[in-house]
Design a protein around this ligand. Structure first.
Ligand code: SRM
Ligand code: SF4
Length: 556
């Protein structure tokens, strides 16, 4: 292994607690961009510099700088906002960004198209709503996600609280965010020594991004095994007994680089008691900090660290650092990972309505004023907003008394019709952002998948499969932001208009799929799916899902 640290390592270490030259970059009037090292650092503050890829050629031809702007991603452990926060977000999006609110696959929201001069006002506006974007990106722990449906379990509140606890435990200690964006008085070097001492991240942070998810069986709506750390809540006698802990999940691959691979997290064991649970998560992070690959960022995620060390050696190191052993994993079963669309009621009598948000895009169109409808609902102050890892929205914690008011607004703005009339395959589908903002996109995803589904729906009907709980996911490149590698059907962009077709994941997210065909265009995709659906119709066993069928019958 080449041991020369990657350039990002130097940027992190020399960043003076993630400050770098961000302040100067923001003030530089000559360019809409920020200095290159600051582009790496600004991620730790929850932002990415991007440009409008639709306009690159035109700008280049005119010898103009690319059209730079920023994407901001909020830190939202467990994906929960009050109605007041949603209203605030609605207005911030309108004032400073493209106006569209994007619900992500990690239960938070992104705003796109924020220009450099609007960054500080945007961050300050978020602060007035008690929202921040600290560590939403960068080589640190990202947004901690948790099963979204409060109606699914009496344990939900207790388990949900862990998302916040873990997120707080894993926040960088630097005050840079407050100084740069919120005008906090800069610390003196002496104050920094004391206040910014960071035993978890030190001054080198992690070798790579780090992701934690919490699932509450029987739902695996978070795709828990796709995370660096997956916590699976174990309920015994109606109480939270503790968590099974799995580690080393991660999905990204790189076309043409056989050293990269998707991997599901390996089960380590069971742990109970808050102190011990947090300790296990913390020490998994310190092992990754100390043993992770800092030379090759393609091979730096925890999954590679674990495979290099060996699972047993990794576990032994973890138990040594914790000072206790994990118990054998307890039994649990996932039975599904779909969102529970429409109304559901929890054990306290509170109501929840899950709204279908196609690819997580909240905006108004002439025919469907979704964003305005959600604003009106937020303004009732009777509803909480919860995001799901399937890019949908749960209007939650509604009293019986207020339900009819919410229903009137859902109907009036077309939200209920949009949710209830959409086909099952469409409601379950996920597409990543891709064009026009993602710099890594090779192919379209969220702008294209809806029209492709319009052509897939008749095929499903032709084969009597319209009620199958099928999971179809598309990404514009192999990084896997829409988790296509754990879908029953994954479409992974290889070039503009071309996708690899993956098949054979199970419906609960517990098995990776495999590549079945390469570089298909739309007609090729439809032809292959028609053929596969036909085989499924004639060859499936009783109760067998599509993913299980193709896994059983098709060579891989
Ligand atoms: Fe992602 C990078 C969007 C979830 C794996 N991801 C990116 C960037 C920031 C592109 C970049 O580096 O400049 C994309 C921004 C696009 C844009 O214009 O907004 C981007 N990722 C997204 C989101 C918004 C997709 C979506 O449509 O919802 C998701 C935001 C999650 C969040 O709120 O934090 C998103 N990304 C994921 C997931 C799914 C998950 O975590 O459950 C994965 C696969 C799981 C995993 O991490 O293994 C994922 N994103 C990546 C990777 C590959 C990481 C790796 O291990 O190599 C990159 C590229 C990188 O980090 O170098 C990436
Ligand atoms: Fe961009 Fe690729 Fe992620 Fe899609 S999967 S958002 S194209 S990095």
């Amino acid at each position: 292994m080449n041991n020369k640290p990657s350039p990002i390592e130097r940027i992190k270490e020399q960043s003076d607690g993630l400050r770098g030259s961000l302040d100067q970059s923001l003030r530089d009037p000559v360019t809409a961009a920020i200095a290159e090292p600051d582009q790496a650092l600004v991620k730790f503050h929850g932002m990415y510099q991007q440009d409008d890829r639709d306009r690159r050629e035109e700008r280049t031809a005119k010898k103009l700088e690319w059209l730079f702007s920023f994407m901001i991603r909020l830190r939202l452990p467990g994906g929960l906002l009050t109605g007041e926060q949603w209203s605030g977000l609605h207005h911030i999006a309108g004032q400073y960004s493209t106006g569209t609110i994007k619900i992500t696959t990690r239960q938070t929201v992104q705003l796109h198209g924020v220009i450099k001069s609007a960054l500080r006002p945007t961050m300050q506006a978020f602060d007035t709503l008690a929202l921040d974007s600290i560590a939403a990106c960068g080589d640190v722990n990202r947004n901690v996600v948790c099963s979204a449906n409060p109606a699914q379990s009496k344990l939900h509140e207790e388990v949900f609280a862990y998302a916040d606890k873990i997120s707080l435990m894993a926040l960088p200690k630097s005050r840079a965010y407050y100084e740069i964006w919120l005008n906090e008085e800069p610390l003196t070097p002496e104050e920094k020594q004391i206040q910014e001492k960071d035993p978890l991240y030190e001054n080198r942070y992690l070798p790579r991004k780090f992701k934690i998810a919490i699932a509450i069986p029987p739902d695996n709506d978070v795709d828990v095994l796709a995370n660096d750390v997956g916590l699976i809540a174990i309920e015994e006698d109606g109480r939270l007994a503790g968590f099974n802990v799995a580690a080393g999940g991660g999905l990204s691959t790189t076309h043409g680089n056989p050293s990269t691979y998707a991997r599901l997290a390996s089960m380590l064991g069971f742990v109970s008691g808050e102190e011990k649970i947090l300790k296990v998560v913390y020490e998994i992070m310190t092992i990754q900090r100390d043993f992770g690959n800092r030379s090759d960022r393609k091979l730096a995620r925890l999954k590679y660290t674990i495979d290099r060390m060996g699972l047993e050696a990794f576990k032994a190191e973890l138990e040594k650092r914790c000072g206790f052993s994990l118990e054998p994993a307890r039994s649990y079963a996932f039975t599904q990972r779909e969102d529970h669309f429409g109304w559901s009621v929890d054990h306290t009598g509170k109501w929840h309505y899950t709204v279908f948000v196609e690819n997580g895009l909240v905006k108004d169109t002439d025919r469907y004023p979704m964003k305005s409808g959600l604003l009106r609902i937020a303004e009732t102050h009777k509803v909480l907003f919860r995001f799901t890892c399937n890019q949908n929205l749960v209007l939650s914690d509604i009293d019986e008394y207020d339900r009819s008011l919410v229903q009137t607004l859902l109907d009036g703005y077309g939200l209920s019709a949009h949710t209830e009339k959409a086909s099952r395959v469409r409601r379950n589908a996920i597409a990543c952002v891709a064009f026009n903002t993602c710099p890594l996109a090779l192919a379209e995803a969220q702008r294209y998948l809806p029209s492709l589904i319009t052509r897939i729906e008749p095929l499903l009907e032709k084969h009597g499969m319209q009620d199958e709980p099928l999971h179809l996911r598309m990404t514009g490149c192999p990084n896997g932001c829409g988790r296509p590698y754990v879908a029953e059907i994954g479409l992974i962009g290889t070039a503009y208009g071309k996708y690899n077709l993956h098949i054979g994941g199970d419906k609960n997210g517990e098995r990776l799929n495999h590549k079945y065909r390469e570089n298909l265009d739309e007609e090729g995709i439809l032809l292959e799916l028609d053929n596969l659906f036909g085989q499924f119709r004639t060859g499936k066993q009783a109760g067998e899902g599509f993913g299980d069928f193709v896994f059983r019958t098709i060579q891989h």
